[in-house]
Design a protein around this ligand. Structure first.
Ligand code: SAM
Ligand code: SF4
Length: 475
């Protein structure tokens, strides 16, 4: 443990990743089909799985059982969670970094990457560009550096909320991905009004973690990072997002690590993570990738489907690291959030156009289509793209407001809010083709609503958005 932080561990601080146990669970013989089907049935009843049950699904290798797992994930997505997909964009504020993570272009030993921190005016310019594309939700991303302290992060968040653009551009939810803080740091950042605090453990396999984070850096402290969400939750930041960087170690081990992390938070704080991310390692400037653990597309699909079944109340995020065709396919397995129109080079929303400039970005993106093109594809595939930010602004966070926790919640709140934020996008930003596809989708969704009072109110609100220029009318 670093002396600097000794006083600020969470009350539940412990290394809850029992690597030996996880390896033993994975080394057991494949379970018979009946046992796998029992576990699938449990998750279709929306019950979270424990580590043994998750491992059982991970050990199911026969093509037939893998297909059954895919089908179950699709069923859960369709029948339980509905067809909304929440959209956001990443915004990189600074890429100075004191760490030396093997996999990342921003590592301090990389002399080829262009270092930059956005000035306040430059940050506002990026925000206006995002608003002009129609975004309402951002995740702001920082390297780990003394200049990006809690005060700096909080100031950046305030700048973003305060930056508006004509006619109706505003960012309504800012999530943060930045190095783990102590309690006081989390408190300050929370006071700036952040949505989710997100940080990835990268790998739950301790020996791999140590190899990937050499040089006695702050990030090299496995437990300080593992404990971060506990500290955040203890100051009231109960929307947290966890993740693992797939490609550093056996993917099945990482899935168990993520589930163990979710269970730990649930047990100690009464609430699991709001989201789980599963980025796959991408080529990056100055990074040599060891191909041994790279995750192929089929394994990637398996891990998403198994996560969907294991943590039924948690949102799943699939980023633009993935190619468009992969994202399209895994959406059906229960992904609930994607980024779109993303640029990850500093200043990229106004300066870099469509070019992929390796020496300016953290890694190479697989899907650089504009937001409007992604919206259109989603609509044509039967999804309802949503920019809803209602819950956190109404204080509906934490235990009782996991994305999918409450029966009837989606019908009463999520669907109406998805439709009204979609209509705002269609009126203010969409291309004619996307607008057409969106208006038809709204009509189809309205026809499916069975609560007459709610439907009447929603139709009235949609009309106010369309004809009277009203915005941000949420349930
Ligand atoms: N510096 C903070 C940290 O390390 O937690 C902020 C996040 S970093 C800028 C965002 C995430 O990008 C990392 O947590 C890591 O999982 C991911 N990442 C780094 N290098 C990557 C690569 N080559 N391919 C894909 N994802 C990568
Ligand atoms: Fe720095 Fe984060 Fe990249 Fe590691 S992953 S080098 S901490 S920016």
């Amino acid at each position: 443990m670093t002396t600097l932080c000794k006083m600020t561990w969470s009350r539940a601080a412990e290394d809850f990743i029992d690597g030996e146990r996880l390896e033993n669970l994975l080394a057991r013989p494949a379970a018979d089909a009946a046992a796998v089907r029992d576990v699938i049935a449990k998750s279709l009843a929306k019950q979270a799985l424990d580590l043994e049950e998750t491992a059982l699904l991970l050990r199911a290798e026969s093509p037939e059982l893998v297909e059954e797992i895919f089908d179950a994930a699709r069923t859960l997505k369709r029948t339980v969670y509905g067809n909304r997909i929440v959209l956001f964009a990443p915004l990189y504020v600074g890429n100075e970094c004191v760490n030396d993570c093997e996999y990342c272009a921003f590592k301090r030993s990389n002399r080829d990457v262009v270092r930059r921190t956005l000035e306040e005016a430059e940050l506002a310019e990026q925000v206006r560009a995002l608003e002009r594309a129609g975004h309402k939700r951002l995740i702001v991303v920082f390297g780990e550096h003394p200049r990006y302290d809690a005060e700096f992060i909080a100031r950046s968040v305030r700048t973003i909320y305060a930056t508006r653009s004509e006619p109706n551009g505003e960012i309504r939810r800012v999530n943060v991905n930045a190095a783990p803080m102590d309690h006081e740091g989390f408190r300050r950042v929370r006071e700036a009004g952040i949505g989710t605090y997100q940080i990835f453990q990268e790998t739950y396999h301790r020996p791999t973690y140590e190899r990937m984070h050499p040089g006695g850096t702050r990030k090299g402290d496995f437990l300080w990072r593992l404990d971060a969400m506990g500290r955040a939750m203890e100051v009231g930041q109960d929307d947290v997002g966890i993740g693992a960087l797939f490609g550093l170690c056996d993917w099945r081990f990482e899935v168990l690590g993520l589930v163990a992390h979710a269970l730990h938070l649930s047990e100690h704080y009464g609430c699991g993570p709001h989201t789980i991310s599963f980025p796959r390692l991408q080529p990056a400037c100055g990074v040599r990738i060891d191909p041994r653990y790279l995750v192929g597309d089929r394994e990637f699909k398996r891990l998403i489907a198994i996560l969907r079944l294991a943590v039924p109340y948690t949102g799943l995020i699939c980023t633009a690291r993935e190619r468009a065709d992969v994202r399209r396919e895994v959406m059906a397995f229960g992904v609930s959030q994607i980024d779109a129109g993303s640029r990850i080079e500093l200043g990229g929303y106004t300066e870099a156009g469509d070019a992929q400039q390796m020496e300016r970005e953290q890694f190479v993106l697989g899907d650089i289509r504009p937001l409007d093109a992604v919206m259109r594809e989603l609509l044509e595939d039967g999804y309802i793209p949503s920019f809803c930010t209602a819950c956190y602004r109404l204080g509906r966070t934490g235990e009782h407001f996991m994305e999918f926790a409450i029966p009837g919640f989606i019908k009463r709140f999520c669907t109406p809010n998805a439709l009204s934020t979609l209509l705002e996008y269609l009126v203010d930003y969409a291309s004619p083709q996307t607008r057409q596809a969106g208006l038809s989708a709204i009509q189809a969704e309205l026809a499916r609503l069975d609560d007459d009072a709610l439907k009447k109110e929603l139709i009235a609100r949609l009309e106010r958005i369309r004809t009277q220029g009203e915005r941000d009318l949420y349930f």
